[in-house]
Design a protein around this ligand. Structure first.
Ligand SMILES: CC(=O)N[C@H]1[C@@H](OP(=O)(O)OP(=O)(O)OC[C@H]2O[C@@H](n3ccc(=O)[nH]c3=O)[C@H](O)[C@@H]2O)O[C@H](CO)[C@@H](O)[C@@H]1O[C@H](C)C(=O)N[C@@H](C)C(=O)N[C@H](CCC(=O)N[C@@H](CCC[C@@H](N)C(=O)O)C(=O)O)C(=O)O
Ligand SMILES: Nc1ncnc2c1ncn2[C@@H]1O[C@H](COP(=O)(O)OP(=O)(O)OP(=O)(O)O)[C@@H](O)[C@H]1O
Ligand SMILES: C[C@@H](N)C(=O)N[C@H](C)C(=O)O
Length: 426
């Protein structure tokens, strides 16, 4: 079937579904293959549960004209998403980078919603499946689209750009994330620049954080990027303090207190403000939106328990985000003693050992009252200057016998470590 014909069907259905256990009446089901199951096996069940059509790539499951047989269901999902995207003549903003994509996107959603009908990536749906699903859930009356693009190997952002066809975009920063997949930091830099390659080729708008040397350097090959940060600051915001939440001042002299914890989040505010301003959004509306934004989902969250104040930053971790999180904890002017519980950082490949050693030394050097490491990667460098545990269960057992009280505690580790559970023991 031609994509144009499939698109006519798409316009008739309620939405796209990929899970037969969660079928919406009148939806279009795509049979995807995963690590455990082959979605083709569930296509018939999807129809029985109310799907209008099913897109499959296994001819043996086809039973009626409700089955649309294609060569590859995932590729078809991506092509359909690209076709839907082509129907819009609106700002479609690509958001990529090592750290802070989701946070910047969430702030930007709040800013854009003050003025435009805004559609954005839900949660972290930022990969070869998530980007198409994001696009295909974009209503036809959308005025601004914010599309998060994540990557862990070279070429991925280029592929996502082919699907999302952004006409604006930025890289939040480039750090030491996912080095296992990229191969090296330099290849991560190359991977992130793919969004710039796309935007340069298509005369798109590029936002550059001039505080970031790598991005600044990359911008030399761009015709007229919009700079923010130190130089030629289009955002024109002044950092006032972070204690523990960020306070900034705008060009009118208004001082804005936010709920954003961590100095690194000022970069995310700057980026969002710059984009919002270029979209023509009123400055006061942007300030109000930023002030009202409260981070959640284990990202820079402040969580008070009966006994302690937690900096719950347990969504993910890599050496770059660990470093700024530790730096931030140290800088906070707090009357309570401080502690940190740091979990293993995943997907670091050849730099894994040296970076776990470096981060462990960095944390120990801060002389916090408690320094606890979780996971075998950190435990490999065990010494008597801190506590080292193989897993979170061991930490929970330890905390049940040695309670920590009245401390300000940073909790951070990779997603698979699931360290947020420790909040129940603190
Ligand atoms: C294919 C799929 O949807 N997978 C989801 C599934 O995982 P699994 O591999 O186990 O699939 P299954 O084998 O279970 O099932 C295959 C399909 O069959 C369907 N099915 C199964 C049983 C049944 O009874 N009926 C059925 O219809 C089923 O629905 C499948 O369609 O389940 C997991 C748990 O819910 C999901 O996590 C998994 O989703 C995959 C991972 C996915 O890619 N989802 C996207 C929507 C997405 O964007 N997910 C993001 C994660 C993004 C991310 O990690 N980004 C990285 C950078 C990008 C790296 C990229 N190269 C990559 O590898 O992803 C980042 O650092 O930001 C999210 O969920 O947050
Ligand atoms: N500008 C930044 N610089 C460095 N680290 C940051 C920055 N912004 C956020 N972080 C760190 O990254 C963590 C994850 O934030 P966020 O989810 O916004 O990033 P992300 O790039 O979307 O990650 P993912 O793609 O894995 O979702 C935060 O909890 C914080 O520790
Ligand atoms: C969960 C995924 N988006 C991610 O950030 N992975 C890294 C490896 C992590 O969990 O730290």
């Amino acid at each position: 079937m031609k994509i144009e014909d499939l698109y006519s069907i798409y316009l008739e259905v309620s939405e796209i579904c990929t899970d037969s256990r969660n079928i919406k009446e009148n939806c279009l089901f795509f049979a995807l293959k995963g690590g455990n199951f082959d979605g083709n096996k569930y296509a018939e069940g999807a129809l029985e549960k109310g799907a209008k059509y099913v897109v499959v790539d296994d001819s043996t499951v086809v039973k009626s004209d409700k089955f649309i047989l294609v060569d590859d269901a995932l590729t078809t999902l991506q092509q359909l998403a690209a076709h839907h995207r082509e129907q819009f003549d609106i700002p479609v903003i690509a958001i990529t980078g090592s750290n802070g994509k989701t946070t910047t996107k969430e702030i930007l959603v709040k800013i854009c919603e003050t003025t435009f009908k805004t559609h954005a990536t839900k949660g972290n749906f930022n990969n070869h499946i998530g980007v198409p699903l994001t696009l295909l859930s974009m209503p036809l009356d959308t005025e601004v689209a914010l599309i998060e693009m994540g990557d862990n190997h070279v070429g991925e952002v280029a592929e996502l750009c082919k699907i999302g066809k952004p006409n604006q975009g930025f890289v939040t920063n480039i750090g030491m994330d996912h080095i296992e997949g990229f191969g090296s930091f330099e290849l991560n830099v190359r991977a992130k620049s793919e969004v710039f390659d796309y935007l340069i080729k298509h005369d798109g708008v590029i936002y550059i954080n001039s505080n970031d040397d790598i991005l600044n350097n990359m911008s030399k090959r761009m015709k007229s990027p919009i700079y923010y940060g130190n130089e030629y600051d289009f955002a024109n915001l002044e950092f006032v303090e972070v204690n523990p939440f960020i306070v900034y001042k705008d060009r009118q002299g208004d001082v804005i207190s936010t709920n954003l914890f961590g100095a690194y989040n000022f970069e995310n505010i700057l980026t969002s403000f710059c984009v919002g301003k270029n979209l023509g959004i009123d400055q006061d509306k942007m300030n109000r939106a930023i002030a009202a934004y409260i981070p959640s989902n284990n990202r820079s969250e402040i969580f008070k328990t009966e006994n302690n104040t937690l900096i719950l930053d347990a969504y993910n971790a890599n050496p770059s985000s660990m470093e700024v999180a530790i730096e931030n904890l140290t800088k906070i002017d707090s009357s309570s003693p401080k502690g940190c519980i740091l979990g293993d950082m995943f997907e670091l490949g050849s730099i894994s050992e040296e970076e776990h050693l470096r981060i462990s030394k960095l944390a120990i050097d801060q002389n916090y009252d408690h320094c606890i490491f979780v996971g075998d990667r950190f435990k490999f460098f065990e010494n008597d200057q801190a506590f080292f545990f193989s897993n979170k269960e061991e930490v929970i057992a330890y905390l049940s016998e040695h309670s920590i009280n009245s401390e300000l505690i940073l909790i951070k580790g990779s997603r698979s470590m699931g360290l947020e559970i420790l909040k129940n023991s603190l």
